[in-house]
Ligand binder design. Structure first.
Ligand SMILES: Nc1ncnc2c1ncn2[C@@H]1O[C@H](COP(=O)(O)OP(=O)(O)OP(=O)(O)O)[C@@H](O)[C@H]1O
Length: 275
């Protein structure tokens, strides 16, 4: 989908890369993260397949979120955070993304643990990002607002209250609004950092169904503590692990069914035994 609507974003020009062997993946090459002098993730080499859900799992503190933040360079915004290695999006023009984190973050959207809508109306929450990317005409804004709310499965619940405060929505609705806000910019990658941890089981199921649907034409990287959730939604799984005194390392990754049914590493077997 090269744009959900007629209205185009200012920087929605062609960022497609020429085909190459890694065209269908995000390639992480020896990615390491540290805060000050403390290394928290070291030498992660990982291929994240395009248009699929990859779950990043592992015990608390092993560096899942830190690794996730390398994918849209949010780590650049964290004081004291330094990264090494490279992240390349096979289907995008990486040279242009490297020059402009704003364009990178438009292509690589983010959903956080706690829903964080702005204290504006539902409509303005979505328009805010659109205006920053050059969409100004009222019909264009309206079209994108409706499209993204539909994509996030929220349109029918809010179509009659678009000008009411977003903070008046339930937690699950707020999280889907944040998803709509990210989707409005038509990202090809969505990063999700434990997006269901503040939601009840019904809202969790709704969001998981959305994740599955969105992965038909988007690449989703999901950090989750829930092994049952990883089993339900992930096509691929990557396990990070941190031994005492060491930084987080990638232990094992692969297709979800193989990963859960025939884990190769003793550490993976041990971790899965806690499910
Ligand atoms: N802004 C920061 N400054 C300093 N250290 C940090 C910062 N953010 C994270 N860390 C440290 O980096 C390590 C990895 O944290 P991170 O949040 O990436 O792990 P995680 O696997 O996502 O953990 P959790 O599952 O508990 O969210 C931890 O030791 C944490 O204390």
């Amino acid at each position: 989908m090269s744009g959900p609507c007629n209205a185009r974003l200012r920087d929605e020009d062609d960022l497609s890369a020429c085909c190459g062997s890694s065209h269908e993946a995000i390639e992480l090459d020896d990615v390491s993260v540290s805060y000050g002098d403390e290394a928290v993730v070291t030498d992660v080499a990982l291929r994240i397949p395009r248009n699929a859900v990859t779950a990043l799992i592992g015990p608390s503190g092993c560096g899942k979120s830190s690794l996730l933040y390398c994918l849209n360079r949010m780590c650049d915004l964290i004081p004291g955070c330094r990264t090494r290695g490279s992240v390349r999006f096979g289907w995008l023009d990486n040279e242009r993304l490297a020059c402009d984190p704003t364009i990178l973050r438009r292509h690589v959207g983010m959903l956080f643990q706690r829903p964080g809508p702005f204290p504006f109306s539902i409509r303005r929450n979505i328009e805010f990002a659109l205006r920053q990317h050059g969409v100004r005409a009222r019909p264009d804004l309206d079209e994108r607002v409706e499209w993204s709310l539909r994509e996030a499965g929220l349109w029918d619940e809010v179509r009659d209250r678009l000008d009411r405060p977003a903070l008046g929505l339930s937690g699950g609705q707020q999280q889907r609004l944040c998803l709509a806000r990210a989707l409005a910019l038509d990202p090809s990658v969505l990063l999700m950092d434990e997006p269901c941890s503040a939601l009840d089981p019904i809202s969790t199921r709704k969001l998981e169904e959305l994740i599955r649907r969105l992965a038909r034409d988007r690449t989703i990287v999901l950090v989750t503590h829930s092994l049952p959730q990883a089993r339900r939604v992930a096509d691929h799984v990557a396990l990070l692990w941190k031994a005492e005194g060491d930084a987080g390392r990638l232990v094992e990754h692969g297709h979800a069914r193989r990963f859960f049914e025939q884990p190769h590493h003793a550490v993976t077997r041990e971790y899965l035994s806690f499910a």
